[in-house]
Design a protein around this ligand. Structure first.
Ligand code: CAO
Length: 445
């Protein structure tokens, strides 16, 4: 057997003593460089420790629940032989299991002490069996601006079951970490004081507890865990829906001429998919320029007006909703926007978005036009103050004063934060959007 080499935890930033929540390989497994060995989960991020080179896992040095820091040894790996072929399973302590893919031919073992820094990207609900990319790391801070309390997943689950908002619990463990005993003490104190613990996510709304129902009593059921993206976006959506006074303004845009131009563009540029969404990004930028309060965020008693135009696009992925941002949309043409939209959608669906890709948005667009529907009420992507929902265009009879004309009509649904935007401003915003989409020459004015 070749000399065994150590796989260690790479640079994981400031995180220390991060618990192992999952073992991704077993002794005897063949692994490829960068394939995840174990998953660590800190209070704000989940990351996989990658195999530093191709080989066969001979020993796992950790178990679920162990707390690791940079440099901790995770596994002993027998490197693949010089020719790059996976090392034979020889008289190993455990039988070798075949790798799902053959190892690449020329991989040399990387020094375990200097692995690549983890790349920040969207979470993977289920780790892929092999990875060709660097370790996956997902930063909850990008989506959850408030400080996330320091607690293990088990303690979080325990708190959730009791309806305890961990933000109100003081941690007594090392570095202020919240333990199960802290949660119990918090509940006891709340009960002794006569008050119920504040419901998690209630934000002080004193909501009644979530109904607990034994669904199995009524028929067969299957329980399926939410993906990490669903959990994170769900927490954000719930907060935004509860905290922001939403109003949705509906309007229609006549896009008959726009559609003719879009088709022409598509024929001239067959390599680029130009969908109505690209025109909506352009029109939204024009409307944001005309109505700057929509390109703003609330900061206490101040309204921060942005002088840049970064547009978030809601993308539907198998693991849930993500909102990557197209930067400086005001400086990009329709074709460039179309290409970028294609790229970020593909990146989102391949789980390759980094948290940087999802930051800095000014205004979001959620398009369900490719699917259907006539209207909906999108939830504002805080700290933005408005979001545009787009439904499917349809041919409709439109009265021209004398006759009905057949026109292609696009439904718009603008949700806005009523603390910042009045109904009249919202109606002007959507009317202007409809004007621009109805006559694209207005983009030049
Ligand atoms: N009316 C009619 N047709 C439309 C349309 C509209 N408003 N918008 C798009 N289409 C057409 C496109 O032209 C395309 O037609 P072809 O296949 O003939 O070219 C088809 O519908 C599919 O478009 P698409 O969805 O692939 O592309 P897009 O640019 O419109 O959208 C993206 C890209 C990433 C936004 C989209 O794929 C997506 O994920 N949408 C879901 C967003 C979501 O879930 N929002 C809800 C969030 S909860 O509030």
């Amino acid at each position: 057997m070749a000399e065994l080499k150590e796989a260690r935890v790479p640079d994981i930033g400031d995180d220390k003593d991060v618990p192992v929540i999952e073992l991704l390989v077993q002794p005897g497994d063949r692994v490829k460089k960068d394939q995840g060995l174990v998953t660590l989960e800190s209070d704000k991020a989940t990351m996989e420790v990658p195999a530093p080179f191709d080989g066969v896992v001979r020993e796992l040095k950790v178990k679920v629940g162990d707390e690791l820091s940079e440099g901790s040894v995770v596994a002993l790996i027998e490197p693949a032989d010089e020719a790059g072929a996976p090392a034979p399973a020889k008289a190993a302590s455990a039988p070798s299991r075949p790798a799902p893919e053959a190892a690449p031919a020329e991989q040399a073992p990387a020094p375990p002490a200097a692995p690549a820094a983890p790349a920040r990207t969207a979470p993977a609900a289920t780790p892929a069996p092999t990875r060709s990319s660097p370790p996956v790391r997902f930063d909850a801070d990008a989506l959850m601006p408030e400080k996330v309390p320091h607690a293990s997943p088990a303690v979080r689950l325990f708190a959730r079951e009791l309806g305890v908002d961990l933000g109100q619990v003081t941690g007594s463990a090392r570095a202020g970490r919240i333990s199960k005993e802290d949660v119990q003490a918090f509940v006891k104190a709340a009960l002794a004081g006569g008050g119920a613990p504040r419901a998690a996510g209630g934000g002080g709304l004193d909501l009644i507890p979530w109904p607990k129902v034994d669904f199995g009593k009524f028929g067969p059921v299957e329980s399926k865990p939410l993906s990490r993206i669903q959990k994170l976006s769900g927490a954000n959506l719930a907060r935004n829906w509860a905290m922001i006074p939403h109003v949705t303004q509906f309007d229609d845009a006549d896009i008959t001429e726009m559609e003719a131009f879009r088709k022409k563009l598509g024929e001239e540029h067959k390599d680029t998919k130009v969908t109505p969404l690209v025109f909506l990004i352009k029109a939204a930028v024009a409307a944001l320029k005309k109505f700057p309060n929509f390109n703003a965020s609330l900061d206490g008693d101040n309204l921060v007006l942005k002088q840049y135009f970064h547009i978030g696009i809601a993308v539907d992925t198998p693991d849930g909703l993500v909102v990557p941002v197209i930067r400086d949309a005001d400086r990009k043409g329709l074709l460039e926007l179309a290409r970028e939209l294609g790229e970020i959608s593909a990146k989102a669906r391949d789980k390759k978005l980094t948290s940087a890709d999802m930051q800095g948005g000014c205004f979001s667009i959620s398009s369900l036009g490719g699917i259907g529907g006539t209207a909906f009420t999108p939830i504002i992507n805080a700290p933005e103050v408005a979001i545009l929902g787009v439904s499917r265009s349809a041919m409709k009879p439109v009265w021209n004063g004398k006759d009905f004309d057949a026109r292609l009509v696009l439904p718009l649904s603008l949700s806005y934060d009523h603390r910042v935007i009045d109904g009249a401003a919202a109606a002007r915003f959507t009317a202007y959007l409809a004007q621009v989409l109805g006559d694209l020459r207005r983009l030049l004015v």
